[in-house]
Design a protein around this ligand. Sequence first.
Ligand SMILES: Nc1ncnc2c1ncn2[C@@H]1O[C@H](COP(=O)(O)OP(=O)(O)OP(=O)(O)O)[C@@H](O)[C@H]1O
Ligand SMILES: [Mg+2]
Length: 392
Amino acid sequence: MGSSSSCCGKDNIEDGANMVAGGSSSWRIFTCKELDAATNGFSEDNKLGEGGFGSVYWGKTSDGLQIAVKKLKAMTSKAEMEFAVEVEVLGRVRHKNLLGLRGYCVGADQRLIVYDYMPNLSLLSHLHGQFAGEVQLDWRRRIKIVLGSAEGLLYLHHEVTPHIIHRDIKASNILLDSDFEPLVADFGFAKLIPEGVSHMTTRVKGTLGYLAPEYAMWGKVSESCDVYSFGILLLEILTGRKPIEKLPGGVKRTITEWAEPLIVQGKFNDLVDPKLRGNFDENQLKQAINVAALCVQNEPDRRPNMKEVVSMLKGYDPRGRVMQSRIESAKYNEELLALDQTSDDDDGGGGCGGDDGGPEESGYGVFGAMEAQKMQDPYKRFGDNMKMAKYV
Ligand SMILES: Nc1ncnc2c1ncn2[C@@H]1O[C@H](COP(=O)(O)OP(=O)(O)OP(=O)(O)O)[C@@H](O)[C@H]1O
Ligand SMILES: [Mg+2]
């Protein structure tokens, strides 16, 4: 696999589509001309969506392969870094639930990443976007999406070396193939974790609503941040609600704030997405809600790891503990919630990445431009406003 330096160098690699030696990885270098032709000149009609990185276009290669081409929006050093990280990470991973690399193209003023086209687009488009009205996500498909996404993350956290933290797990980054098999996408924010390192401190990137409190506030990143985001995603899939909702009057409410009292009271029928019209497996729902509740605990050490999450979702509790219906989720404070753009997006189809009217500087979700060091200890700063309710 090409390294970040080789993929982003200025060498002219535009002539010839080089198959990778070894043959096991099926990615190759595309020419910009080839991708231009495949996408009909990156025409608006071919546009699948837009995110922080740039726009994504549908295309068809001359040999008939349907592809999705992500075109870098601006050639800033930050964007180049995202490109390099994405290509570097994608080249290391191979799993049925991770969207692999089909290729890339480095032109004089262009950076393009090529993926397989996923005919059912993103989970976001089915939950809150253009397909939401069609309710193609029945219970069986939702469980398949939950398990597949969890297995993709398990692979990243526990099976690939060095371990990888995704850092941007959210509904728009779960793509769906023709069988609604989920593929975790977008590794532009990913962090490779050196052996023996339990956590790192970094600039905060990602999307509010999915961000673990210790990461949002202090930039402390570990696998557990992905577990938190997965817990939010799980709640979103089960309930059909957005991670942050705007209530009449403009107040914003997180999905955990909404779910907590219902979970505590065991009102599972009130939690489940009404679009399912009662067609769900009650035991599976309870199990999945309990897993979500464990994942979104405020304290990272109390969250399960992805191996445990997968086991629990499959109905087996590896720690042998009694499943707890317990959430200790932290409420984002008002200032952070004011930065949220996703709940303002009524059709939900604009993505959660900060390119749907979000702050331009960030372009990567609301925290993109925020230095972790500038954030303060949320518990000291917001005292009583921090909701630390403990439910057993
Ligand atoms: N391989 C693909 N196949 C089909 N559709 C895709 C593919 N990749 C991306 N898309 C579509 O393009 C949209 C934009 O993707 P993109 O990753 O650029 O932005 P995003 O996920 O909304 O935000 P972010 O930049 O924060 O990840 C996705 O929501 C999805 O609908
Ligand atoms: Mg994305």
